[in-house]
Design a binder for this molecule. Structure first.
Ligand SMILES: C[S@@+](CC[C@H](N)C(=O)[O-])C[C@H]1O[C@@H](n2cnc3c(N)ncnc32)[C@H](O)[C@@H]1O
Length: 381
């Protein structure tokens, strides 16, 4: 068959596998085209060109085009079905992320399994993310009847059951970013992952920053059971895994942490007091995830997606600052420095999960508790 010129990601070889996985999870990899490489780079063929915003989200630096050998006569899914179903891949399970007509489900599942030989189960969502464990109900529509799988992300492996624990493969880039940041300090840090799930943040930090120690907490016993298994799977020892409601157990960790991860976007604000009181007396870093929407804002319909996103990022920073302010005297004498804020993923029209990295630092220049917060001028809205 003649080679075909396709848009592709040009990635340094050491980055290739995690980018391949991220593209695969989003259905963006042309799996019928043979991946090619030269001495330094790997070229990953895409099913469509990626706009700037998606490139940033995936942490991709360079897009190019290149000739690829197309394997056999494999067709694209839209050629087989006449439309492109939305699905994400976790391990060997494909989950339809948008409902398809029930009469078409079997055909969709067959097409996915025919084109992606690694997929052994196709499932659909039958509930929203619900309850304190943030899980959702699934129904398998083809393949094996199971929801447990082994997923690889950024060279770490995670056993998990998609029905009994929370897991989102779209956070792979975000988790790599945070793990890289933790590793870059080069210091042995005490890290607390307040809402750890099956351990994707915990284990990636533990591997990349082996001198650090991580306390991983989750209220869902199943999540901690998988996290404990995943520690062994990834040969990680610098972690303590704890089942519990962080609101009830946080005092055990008062004044201990250099870095805290708060990945509970719908209600992380309700846990700020606990998070800040677990930081060391001199302060530390929080990685905060919030769900923000510009939908209700005046004239939002006139905003472009880019403008809505910029507004949402400002809202997230403002809300974090005012929420800490609202905690009052307890944290007087400290300043909050917003370091970075970015979109982590789209949630709904005009609504995004926003990640904010902030540093809480004890004021050393003044002993007076005048202003508990300091946001550098350039970050003020
Ligand atoms: C959005 S998930 C994030 C999981 C993980 N960080 C990840 O990236 O996959 C939030 C997790 O917080 C846990 N959780 C919810 N409320 C909690 C609480 N009060 N204390 C501890 N964990 C809690 C849930 O069980 C769930 O696993």
């Amino acid at each position: 068959m003649d080679p075909e010129r396709l848009p592709c990601v040009k990635a340094a070889k050491r980055e290739g596998e995690h980018i391949r996985q991220a593209l695969l999870a989003r259905g963006l990899l042309r799996t019928d085209a043979k991946i090619s490489s030269d001495e330094q780079f790997i070229y990953l063929p895409l099913s469509r060109p990626l706009p700037e915003v998606e490139l940033r989200e995936l942490g991709i630096d360079e897009l190019t085009t290149r000739e690829f050998v197309i394997a056999g006569k494999r067709k694209r899914i839209e050629e087989l079905l006449g439309f492109k179903p939305a699905f994400e891949v976790v391990g060997d399970i494909a989950v339809l992320t948008e409902a398809v007509d029930q009469s078409q489900e079997a055909a969709v599942a067959d097409a996915i399994m025919a084109l992606h030989r690694n997929i052994k189960v196709v499932a659909k969502r039958v509930s929203a993310v619900e309850n304190v464990f943030r899980t959702r109900r699934l129904v398998t529509i083809a393949g094996e009847y199971r929801t447990e799988t082994l997923h690889t992300e950024n060279a770490c492996r995670f056993m998990l059951d998609l029905e009994t624990v929370y897991f989102n493969p779209r956070l792979a880039g975000e988790r790599r970013r945070i793990a890289t940041q933790a590793a870059q300090t080069g210091k042995p840090e005490e890290v607390i992952d307040m809402f750890a799930g099956v351990g994707p943040f915990t284990i990636q930090i533990a591997k990349r920053a082996p001198l650090s120690h991580i306390t991983a907490i989750d209220i869902n016993p199943e999540a901690i059971r998988y996290l404990t298994a995943n520690l062994k799977l990834n040969r990680v020892e610098n972690v303590d895994a704890i089942v519990g409601d962080v609101k009830e157990i946080y005092t055990r960790f008062s004044n201990t942490a250099d870095r805290i991860i708060m990945n509970l976007p719908k209600s992380a604000y309700l846990f700020l007091r606990e998070a800040l009181s677990m930081l060391k007396p001199e302060g530390g870093i929080i990685h905060f995830y919030g769900l923000e929407s510009a939908y209700a804002e005046e004239a939002v319909e006139k905003k472009t997606r880019g403008e809505a996103l910029a507004r949402v990022i400002e809202l997230a920073k403002e809300r974090l600052v005012t929420s800490v302010e609202d905690l009052g005297a307890e944290f007087a004498g400290y300043s909050l420095y917003i370091q970075r804020a970015r979109k982590v993923k789209a949630y709904a029209p005009y609504a995004y999960i926003v990640g904010v990295d902030a540093e809480m630092r004890r004021d050393t220049l003044t002993r007076r508790h005048i202003n508990p917060l300091y946001v550098p001028q350039q970050h003020r809205p």
